[in-house]
Design a binder for this molecule. Structure first.
Ligand code: KG4
Ligand code: ZN
Length: 345
């Protein structure tokens, strides 16, 4: 079965073709980073308009790239939520109507399920059950994954998502958008031990997270350094790098402590990292080391499949279509959608 996948939940238009037998056939990504950069964050209306502009040309491009006729597509999968409603509606409208026009089934994909199953796009995919750390711009959660659609929530962020904390702290430091990669790059020049940031909620039992305090801690550190600064209240590049490093280490360390706790609690040796923050090299290294100590295995998708992409949506949709899931004709995008509502297949 050949499935066309469409991702348009935020600031990336992703299109992919996934074959149930052969795996991923092709994928294309159009990033809106430049469009939103001057505003320092995603402008929802601009995001929707850009998806509309690119969806059909990208669709034509991928068919050409994979040398596939429209008539060879057996099903269409599109992200139906959670995300920006206008952005979701653009992909959902194109996806649902194209499926109708071609007389083939369509299926709605939960964006986070797409992320969570993304490591299965790689060789050596994880076997069920596994513990998954989902860290993106909108969500931070730990789940025990027993199978597709069987997601037991172990813990989640009570305030900012990890990616959101990266983005907001990067903005405070004047590092631009998207903040995560910019802050990580800045941290490379940081000196270890100059600042010590707290590890929120690690001394309490449980697997919930809280990251908004780290952003405030960064702000307070910046303000007190600015007072001491000889650069008319400006922070030096070195100070920014040192703060970036201390912040990144605090987030990574906190995630590592909670992941270890989750693996031990579930008596599980397989850990999956998914979502945009999963692209963070320090996080991958720290979790790799921790899992090795537990004689377990760590799984993550290649960097381009950590952040939003069409391949993960085509794959998740293909699994659901093969299992017989079908979407009625109405277009039903949702800004909010709990993963617990998903059906097991
Ligand atoms: O999964 P994603 O592409 O979109 C959402 O579904 O939210 O995640 C985007 C988030 C952003 O907050 C971005 O700053 C963060 O992932 N991110 C990173 C890195 N690359 C992307 N955070 C830290 N380090 C990175 N290398
Ligand atoms: Zn995402």
């Amino acid at each position: 079965m050949i499935v066309l996948g469409i991702e348009s939940s935020c600031d990336e238009t992703g299109i992919a073709l996934f074959d149930s037998e052969k795996g991923l056939l092709a994928h294309i990504l159009h990033s809106q980073v430049e469009l939103h950069a001057e505003y320092g964050g995603v402008v929802p209306e601009l995001a929707s308009r850009d998806h509309i502009r690119y969806l059909v040309p990208l669709l034509e491009q991928i068919l050409q790239q994979a040398n596939i006729e429209k008539s060879m597509i057996d099903g269409i999968a599109y992200t139906a939520g959670p995300g920006l409603i206008g952005a979701l509606m653009s992909g959902a409208s194109v996806g649902r109507s194209l499926a109708w026009a071609l007389g083939i089934p369509a299926v709605e994909v939960h964006h986070m399920e797409g992320h969570l199953l993304a490591p299965m796009l790689e060789e050596n995919p994880p076997a069920f059950p596994f513990v998954a750390l989902l860290v993106s711009g909108g969500h931070t959660l730990l789940a025990y994954v027993k199978g597709i659609g069987q997601y037991e929530l172990l813990g989640q962020s009570l305030d900012d998502a990890a990616g959101e904390a990266f983005d907001k702290t990067a903005k405070l430091l004047g590092l631009g958008y998207p903040g995560g990669p910019a802050l990580a790059a800045m941290a490379e020049n940081g000196e270890q031990g100059v600042y010590k940031f707290p590890r929120p909620m690690v001394d309490r039992p449980g697997l919930d997270f809280s990251f908004s305090g780290l952003k405030t801690f960064a702000l307070n550190t910046m303000q007190s350094e600015a007072k001491k600064s000889s650069l008319e209240g400006e922070l030096s590049m070195q100070t920014k790098a040192d703060i970036s490093l201390a912040f990144e280490e605090a987030v990574v360390d906190t995630l590592k402590i909670k992941c270890r706790r989750a693996l031990e609690q579930q008596h599980c040796s397989r850990l999956v990292i998914a979502g945009g923050v999963g692209a963070n090299k320090r996080l991958r290294a720290a979790l790799g080391e921790m899992v090795e100590q537990l004689a377990g295995n760590l799984y993550y998708p290649r960097i381009e499949f950590c952040t939003d992409n069409g391949a993960m949506i085509a794959q998740a949709g293909c699994l659901r279509l093969v299992a017989g899931e079908r979407q009625p004709l109405e277009i039903d995008a949702r800004a909010r959608w709990s993963m617990q509502e998903l059906s097991a297949i």
